[in-house]
Design a protein. Sequence first.
Length: 413
Amino acid sequence: MPETLSAAPQSFDDLLSEAAVQTPTEFYNRLREQEPVYWNPRWNGWIVTGYRDVMAGFRDHERLSSDRFAGPFAKDMADSGSRYRQLIDFMNHWMFTKDRPYHTHLRSLVNTAFTPRSVEVLRPRIQQLTASLAESLRGRDRVNLMAEFAFTLPVIVIAEYLGIPPESRENLRAWSDDLGAVVFFQGGNQDRFETGGKAMEQLAELIRPIVRDRARNPREDLISGMVHAELDGDRFLEDEIISNVVLMVFAGHETTMNLIANGVVAFDRFPGEWQRLADDQGLARTAVEEVLRYDGPIRALARWAREPFELSGRRIDTNDRVLLVQHAANHDPTFFPHADRFDVGRWPNKHLAFGQGIHTCVGAPLARLEAQEAFAYLAREFSAVEVLTPDLRYSRNLVSRSLLGLEVRLHER
C-alpha cells in the first residue's frame, strides 16, 4: 500500500459489496468525498471517482494503458489463456482491450464500415421495431420489460445490422451472458472462463461462415463492410473480423438493453420527467444523455500505469491498476449542478458514460438512436411505465450496471 495514503474506511474496499453494486451512487459519492483517488488494497489498485480525474484518465493514452494482455492484467490472461486459447486470442483482438498502434488499425477499419450515416439509415427500422414490440405489451397487468423489450429491440437491430440470421438470435443472450461474466469481472463466478470460452467458440462458429460468405457475396450489412474495408492498403484479418463482430454482438445489445432498463427505472422515480418527454418529443435526445449520466450501462473501466505520475496528489506507480469510475464522475456535484436530480432537459451534459478519447464506445451512436426512439415512443403512447419489481437487483460485477430483472405495467393514456 502506498505510504502517502491514509487508510480509508474498510467498507470501501469491497467493490462487489451490496452497497457498491446495488447503490453505487451513494457508495461512490461517499468515497469521492473522502478519498477521490483511493488505494484499494482488496482490488490492489487505485479507485478514481472525481469527474476531472476520470476524464483525464480516459484521455491519457500515453501513461495509462487499456491493454488487458500486458502489465498487471497479463498474468491472469496468460493463466487463463493456457486453457481457453480461443477465448483469449479473440479477446486480444478487441478494440477496447488494445492500445495504439494496433487499436488504430482496428478502429480505423471499423470506422470505414460503421459510419454515422450507416447508423442513421436504421432509424425507420428501429421505429418500426419499437412500435411493434411495444404494442405487444399493451393492456397487460405485468410485463417482463427486460426479456420482451429492452433485450429484444437491440438484439434484433444489431443482428440485422451485422447480417446474422434471425434463427440464431435466440442463443445470443445466453452466449453474451457467459461472455459478460469474463468481460465484466463477475464476482463469485469461478467457472466464468470455462463458460465464456464455450460461448466464444459458439459465437465464432456462428459468425465465421457468414464472414466467408460475405467475402464472396457482399450484402448491405456491417460484416460485409468489415470484410471489404480497406484503408491505405490495410485490411482486416479473418479472425480480427470475427472477434470484433463477437464484440459488437455482445456490446451492441448489452449496453442498449441496460440503457433502456435503467432509464425506465429513472423515469419511474421521477414521473414528472416522463410527462415532460411526452409533452415535448424533442427532448428525446437530451433525455437519453441524462439517462446515460444518471444511471448509465457501464459503471467503471480499468486501466494500468505505464509509468509513474501524479493524480490529484497521489503517486501512481508503474504497473499500478487504475479503475476509472464513470458512474461516480457523472454524479460529481462540482461538475454537474444538482447531480442527484434526473433532468431530461439537462444541457450541456458532458457525461462520461461512453468513455472518452480513442476508446470512446464505437457503438454509442447506435445505442443512442435506439434509446431515443424507445423512450420517445413509450412516453407518447403510455402515461407511465410503472416498475413492479419490488426489490431491484443488479448483476454482481465490477463493470456493468445491469438489472437482473425488471417487471413493469404500461399505463394507457
